[in-house]
Design a protein around this ligand. Sequence first.
Ligand code: MN
Length: 137
Amino acid sequence: MSVITLERKPKKEEGPTGRFVVQEHHARKLHWDLRLELDGVLKSWAIPKEPPLRPGIRRLAIEVEDHPLSYIDFEGIIPEGQYGAGVVKIWDKGTYRMESRKPEKMVFTLNGEKMRGGYVLLRFKEEGQWLLFKKKD
Ligand code: MN
């Protein structure tokens, strides 16, 4: 009886990991804020419609200012008169792994309650505008 030994493939280099959050933000206009823990801050995008939970849905994601890491757990009310006044609720949170990162394209795997699997952020030519979609598995 012959024994076949399968050579183990070297493990794929894993990208950096971090936390992410999506905050449902009932400001003047309802939107969802996707924030990735990256470079010591929360890189942030405002998404005017509910983020995609399956492939085939594309969402505009507008780059907004970085937030401090401490904001990752924020839920509550931003008072009237302040920027973004309104109710903020955590819509999803978890961890992610950056699979590849270029100035115009980020690919990452989300491990949240709702958002799970591979996602892509693709930058438009216009500054600050991105497209967010879920990868086909
Ligand atoms: Mn917001």
